[in-house]
Ligand binder design. Structure first.
Ligand code: PGA
Length: 283
């Protein structure tokens, strides 16, 4: 049983999932720039942990005092250098992708075990930009999810519909289909630590955001699907929202009962914006 499950199960008010605020830097910042950014972010995060939040359920000792988990999904080239700075801190690291293969003659690929060995905790899998620009389909994403679990990484599985699919009334069917395929054959034991990110494609990087009500409806549908595929873990699995989350909309989105955090692209590049969203999650 993971720490998070313990927290969920022990709450007198039913499941209380520890929020996850995860930045996704995409292909931004040089490794050298990331060093100073990280030092300053860690200092601010420490102030925040001291200033409030409850002791909550901490994934590691660095999280003491902060009532949410904080992570950054960065380019592979940044991982090792940033891990040296963040070791033992409240900031966890993740990759933005992993190979579908365990190891071998796959030039240019990076294995989940390599990501883990660099000090990462998370791996984003199935991001819509990978689906759109690298033709990743649900079967490939399923393999990447399995590789992540095998390596001991926590996968952040991204699902989401396009504008056309939403306009056609197919949004839920698309999202649930993606989830169903991605989880095919994944054992219940492995899936305990899964994170699902609902990211409507039309909201990513566009400044448009799903309304809190629409985002909640979809996240609730995701949880119902999890209940049918992974019944033991559906209440404990964190479902986060992504798609132009920023300080001005984070409070309302994060207040929804089935939204347990955010996957944040653009706003995670600016230290103050990301901190503001962390603050919103710890209210
Ligand atoms: P955005 O990106 O916050 O810039 O919309 C989110 C994501 O792609 O994960």
């Amino acid at each position: 049983m993971t720490d998070r499950q313990t927290a969920s199960d022990s709450s007198p008010n039913g499941p209380s999932r520890r929020p996850l605020i995860a930045g996704n830097w995409k292909m931004h910042k040089l490794p050298s720039e990331a060093q100073s950014w990280t030092r300053e972010f860690l200092a601010a995060l420490e102030t925040l942990s001291g200033a409030g939040g409850d002791s909550g359920d901490n994934r590691d000792s660095g999280n003491r005092g902060l009532a949410c988990d904080v992570a950054l999904a960065v380019p592979f080239t940044h991982l090792l250098g940033m891990a040296r700075l963040t070791f033992g801190s409240a900031l966890a690291l993740g990759s933005q992708d992993v190979s579908a293969h365990e190891q071998g003659a796959y030039t240019g690929e990076v294995a989940a075990a390599m990501v883990k060995d660099c000090g990462a905790t998370y791996a984003v899998v199935g991001h819509s930009e990978r689906r759109a620009y690298h033709a990743e389909d649900d079967a490939l994403i399923n393999q990447k999810l399995v590789r992540s679990f095998e390596a001991g990484l926590v996968p952040i599985l991204c699902v989401g519909e396009t504008r056309e699919q939403r306009d056609a009334g197919d949004a839920e069917e698309v999202v649930i289909g993606q989830l169903h395929e991605a989880l095919a054959g994944v054992s219940s034991q492995a899936a305990a630590d899964l994170v699902v990110a609902y990211e409507p494609v039309w909201a990513i990087g566009t400044g448009l955001t799903a309304t809190a009500a629409d985002a909640q409806d979809m996240c609730a549908a995701v949880r119902r699907q999890l209940a049918s595929q992974l019944p033991e873990h559906a209440d404990a699995i964190r479902i986060v929202y992504g798609g132009s989350m920023k300080p001005s909309n984070a409070v309302e989105l994060l207040a929804q009962p089935d939204i347990d955090g955010g996957l944040i692209g653009g706003a995670s590049l600016a230290r103050d914006d990301l901190l503001e969203i962390v603050r919103a999650a710890t209210r």
